[in-house]
Design a protein around this ligand. Structure first.
Ligand SMILES: Cc1cc2nc3c(=O)[nH]c(=O)nc-3n(C[C@H](O)[C@H](O)[C@H](O)COP(=O)(O)OP(=O)(O)OC[C@H]3O[C@@H](n4cnc5c(N)ncnc54)[C@H](O)[C@@H]3O)c2cc1C
Length: 502
């Protein structure tokens, strides 16, 4: 565990009186909040034994992924004394952010029109059930927030269009699935230079609430016992609940807990549960609409995701049939794959598609992962390699090719509404076997535009902010790729800034 000296409280000239009042210096010390002594909340157990030791900060950030590091950077930049708490050991910090593709979705430029198209794409993906004002907040802020990171010396690749959407993706350099460790490490270094403390093997267990119902800190479990981290504000950035079988079964439905987890298995909805215990409301949690699922290669469920080539391909199941409009993107495809025989599918394409930029990029991506695509000179050979009946596969492809007209195949079964290309130029390829894996969970803590946590009746929970995957409302059923890192960045920056105000 990396700890700051225990006497940091005295260094700032702030006094702690455990019987009376706790005084916090916020930011540069210009604001002084006075809060009654925190009440303890202990879930399902009675606390006995010596008092936990106490650490004092202006802002506590729970988590160490993209949302957390952005919040921490925004707060330390404003002179706040900040600590991040990470439940894992240092070598495993970073949650799902660290293993993610590193794509940040943005409007195509800074114009009102481009922002409107961005919002429309996201709203359409949620079947207009997402929170529009939150989505607009992403459109409004993400480009300047990426520039803010670039201003700190962090690198992104040039904007990449992502058809069929009217948005761009900026990928953390040096490229897909390689950029996030570098970005997070750089952010950690920058925050530490500005005085941030990072605590590892430190699992936040509950929020500390005072008698005025303000959140005044976090109780955490460490190897040395409980530690109470007192602060003027807490930012929950503990990620989603994809690693929590119980929450998946309860919220998403029976069987959901058996899905492959593409990211960090220890990201278990702790932020959701702590916030709920403190009175926050969780939204957009329920049902299959509450998760993001991709059909990914079993050899590498995290990075083995052929999503960029997917809209050009056809998906084939074990019966040799198509089962989804592939142009709807990889969440629609992943969820459709959940109900296919053996929950196992193949993405089929030909040389023409392999030669497209998306094809070349994905073939290169898989080469880097040492996963060979299946290659066959005839459809019969392909069928045997993807374990589908040859005659049905031939019929499916014939019917699909006949239906292709002007990049649509509306008479195909099922119809393909965009990016339809005939599968006719050998050799034929397939990514196989692909199985559904949970990428992220969509539901979470309801926040206002300042990323302050809300109760069900709309009342604020003072001192509590949330950022990233533990926030709900942005996405329902599906999202546009890059949307989650985009909201981690925007949420984190806004929450971090506001948390310095208490
Ligand atoms: C394989 C994969 C690829 C992806 N690719 C993309 C992509 O390219 N673009 C995109 O937009 N999205 C992508 N996503 C989704 C995206 O990565 C996540 O939604 C996002 O990174 C979540 O960030 P976060 O900071 O909210 O949480 P996380 O990055 O998951 O971080 C949560 C942190 O909190 C810590 N933590 C949890 N509980 C506690 C506790 N009680 N106490 C202390 N610490 C705790 C965890 O250990 C972790 O460090 C991908 C996801 C996966 C799995």
């Amino acid at each position: 565990m990396e700890r700051k000296k225990k006497n940091t409280v005295e260094e700032k000239g702030v006094k702690l009186n455990r019987r009376g009042f706790l005084k916090y210096g916020i930011g540069t010390g210009t604001i002084l909040a006075v809060a009654p002594f925190p009440l303890r909340r202990v879930e399902a157990a009675t606390f006995v034994g010596p008092e936990p030791s106490v650490e004092n900060y202006d802002v506590i950030v729970v988590g160490h992924g993209m949302a957390a590091m952005t919040a921490a950077l925004a707060a330390v930049e404003r002179g706040a004394k900040v600590a991040v708490l990470e439940k894992q050991r240092k070598s495993l910090y970073g949650g799902n952010s660290r293993v993610s593709g590193g794509g940040f979705c943005t409007p195509q430029n800074n114009s009102d029109k481009a922002k409107e198209l961005f919002v429309n794409d996201f709203m359409k993906k949620s079947r207009y059930r997402a929170d529009k004002r939150m989505t607009e907040s992403l459109a409004e802020n993400v480009l300047k927030d990426i520039e803010w990171l670039i201003g700190h010396g962090f690198e992104f690749l040039d904007p990449e269009p992502t058809p069929p959407y009217n948005v761009n993706v900026r990928v953390a350099a040096p490229g897909w699935y390689r950029g996030m460790p570098r970005l997070l490490e750089g952010m950690l270094k920058k925050c530490k230079e500005k005085g941030m403390a990072a605590y590892y093997d430190t699992k936040a267990r509950e929020l500390l609430v005072d008698s005025s119902a303000s959140i005044v800190g976090v109780r955490a479990e460490t190897k040395d016992g409980f530690v109470d981290f007192h602060a003027g504000a807490v930012v929950l950035a503990a990620g989603g609940f994809g690693g929590n079988e119980q929450m998946l079964e309860n919220w998403v439905g029976p069987g959901a807990g058996e899905s492959m987890v593409r990211g960090a298995r220890w990201v278990t909805g702790d932020g959701h549960r702590m916030a709920e215990a403190a009175g926050a409301v969780l939204v957009k949690m329920a049902g299959i609409d509450g998760i993001h699922v991709g059909a990914v290669h079993v050899k590498n469920p995290a990075a083995g995701n052929p999503f960029r080539i997917l809209p050009y391909c056809i998906g084939i199941n074990k019966n040799g049939k198509r089962y989804v409009d592939e142009s709807l993107g990889y969440v629609a495809h992943g969820k459709a794959a959940m109900s296919q025989p053996d929950m196992e599918v193949a993405l089929v394409f030909d040389q023409q598609i392999a030669d497209m930029p998306a094809g070349k990029a994905v073939l290169e991506q898989f080469e880097g992962l040492k996963i060979e695509p299946i290659k066959a000179n005839t459809l019969a050979e392909l069928a045997s390699k993807i374990e589908a009946p040859a005659d049905t596969l031939a019929d499916t492809i014939k019917q699909f090719n006949t239906a292709v007209s002007g990049k649509k195949a509306l008479d195909a079964d099922p119809p393909k509404t965009d990016l339809a290309f005939k599968i006719e130029k050998p050799p034929y390829f397939a990514f196989y076997p692909l199985k559904p894996g949970i990428t992220l969970t969509f539901g979470g803590i309801k926040v206002d535009l300042n990323r302050r946590a809300l109760q069900a009746d709309g009342q604020l929970i003072k001192g509590l902010y949330a950022a990233g995957e533990c926030v709900g409302g942005y996405f329902v059923d599906d999202y546009v790729g890059g949307g989650s890192l985009c909201r981690c960045l925007v949420d984190g920056r806004i929450a971090g800034e506001n948390a310095t105000k208490g």
